[in-house]
Design a protein around this ligand. Structure first.
Ligand code: EPU
Length: 436
């Protein structure tokens, strides 16, 4: 991706559906033999990977792109027999594949799912998923790099997970999702305490309710799930992507301009909106024809003030916006202290930002950014999805040409990033590297 920095951004950007809501919703299609139709899925590589995982598990899947090609609709039906195996080749490219474990055990009583392996942003074990499913009665072994799971037969001769009262030791988005899906088809009433409250979990829960699940406490830290014998088909449109929205808000805050984000959920990006407002951006919300909108203005020449940020579970400031916010803070006046409390290795963008001229230090989980730094373009390397987005934002500000390498990371999670930015006046161009 080649970016010529210096242009302010003006116009409108439509936010796509949330990748991290779409992924568990796709996995939930395994819970029924009836058709499940999911719309507003972002057209990104991770969605296609999850669809391949579902296909490997015997799911019929048809993807239809929207008119501009930024969204997909998936027509899914998991009614074919299969060996219930999620292979390493797919799981290693996307950790969220492990979300099929709970649904497979709950519906078929059997699962073979590759262990995900290492990750660029932290260790990211799946112990919390395994502990919870194990407590529901699943037998789980690790052999040859795979999680081999099976569920003992109940008195009716059926493999059924048993309800549990479970308190997570720490807040985990994925483990909450796996347990929620498993509990929907378990015997008895499961209580999930210290559940993650990210909006993506609420979205999954709402899809499950449409499929016939009985869930109380949606969007709270305690979910009560009364298991049912079977779930049925449903249609569902996933929520807007709060991290994509946050990324464009950060782009405008850093580069300056006046942009309206369309089809966004303001409450899902509240922590960022408050920070950017306190930093000096003008932010307003209104209801447009197509749903809520956010307008962000940062006048040219207007100084941004440095602000501190600490990543915590929702509704606090999200780890998935830490890198992008750091890019903004390199342009702000003063010292910003940014601490990362979710993943232990999520500062890889910092060294690349330094190559662009940022003045920063890393000390354990804390980054100290002194601004404003005069950024100047160079070649930088993307290391993960959100780090790549931060480098694009810095490139929009930097004087001259910035080349962001390894943009396949961006394609995993941003639908039409360069097209959406071009439409608001950014000089950004894709030169090589496959598109999704
Ligand atoms: N953790 C454990 N054991 C577990 C599970 C998690 O120790 O069994 C730890 C993790 O290592 C991490 C913390 O708990 O330190 C939180 O991890 P969580 O399980 O909440 O993360 P996740 O479900 O693997 C999702 C998103 C991530 C996002 C995190 C945190 C999806 C598909 N992924 O991951 O999104 O950063 O929640 O909000 O929903 C991204 O989109 O770029 C991305 C990385």
């Amino acid at each position: 991706m080649i970016i010529e920095g210096g242009n302010a951004l003006e116009g409108r950007i439509r936010v796509s559906g949330a990748k991290n809501a779409a992924l568990p919703c796709l996995a939930a299609a395994l819970l029924t033999e009836e058709p499940v139709t999911l719309s507003n899925l972002p057209a990104v590589a991770d969605i296609r990977t999850m669809v391949k995982v579902l296909q490997a598990l015997g799911t019929g899947a048809e993807l239809t792109p929207s008119a501009e090609g930024f969204e997909l609709t998936a027509a899914l039906r998991c009614d074919q027999p299969s060996e219930h195996k999620a292979p390493y080749e797919l799981v290693k490219t996307m950790r969220a594949s492990v979300l099929v474990l709970g649904p497979l055990l709950a519906r078929f009583g059997q699962a073979t799912v590759s262990l995900p392996g290492g990750c660029a942003i932290g260790a990211r074990p799946v112990n919390l998923h395994l502990e919870a499913l194990g407590r529901m009665g699943a037998r789980l072994d690790i052999q040859h790099g795979y999680i081999l799971g099976s569920v003992p037969l109940n008195e009716k001769g059926q493999p059924r997970l048993k309800a549990i009262d479970h308190t997570f030791d720490m807040v985990s988005v994925g483990a909450t999702e796996n347990l929620l899906m498993a509990a929907a088809l378990a015997e008895g009433t499961t209580i999930i305490r210290n559940a993650a409250q990210e909006p993506e979990i609420g979205d999954l829960a709402r899809l499950l309710v449409k499929m016939g699940a009985r869930i109380e406490g949606i969007d709270t830290a305690t979910l009560t799930v009364e298991g049912v014998d079977r779930l049925h088909g449903a249609e569902h449109a996933v929520i807007p992507d709060r991290i994509e929205a946050g990324t464009y808000l950060c782009a405008v805050a850093a580069a300056g301009g006046d942009v309206v984000l369309e089809r966004v959920a303001p409450d899902h990006v509240r922590s960022l909106l408050e920070l950017l407002e306190r930093a000096g951006c003008a932010i307003t919300e209104r209801i447009g024809q197509d749903g809520p909108q956010i307008r962000i203005i940062r006048e040219r020449g207007q100084k941004l003030r440095s602000k501190d940020a600490k990543t915590v579970p929702f509704p606090g400031f999200p780890t998935d916006l830490q890198a992008q916010f750091m890019a903004v803070m390199t342009t702000a006046h003063g010292i910003s202290v940014i601490s990362e409390h979710i993943f232990e290795n999520r500062f890889q963008h910092a060294m690349e930002l330094e190559r662009l001229g940022a003045n920063l230090r890393i000390d354990g989980p804390t980054a100290i950014v002194a601004g404003p730094a005069p950024l100047t373009g160079c070649t930088v390397m993307a290391t993960d999805l959100r780090a790549s987005a931060a480098l694009v934002i810095a490139g929009l500000v930097a004087e001259g040409k910035t080349t962001v390498d390894r943009i396949y990371h961006l394609d995993r999670g941003y639908a039409g990033l360069e097209k959406k930015l071009q439409a608001v006046g950014a000089r950004i161009e894709r030169v090589g590297g496959g598109r999704v």
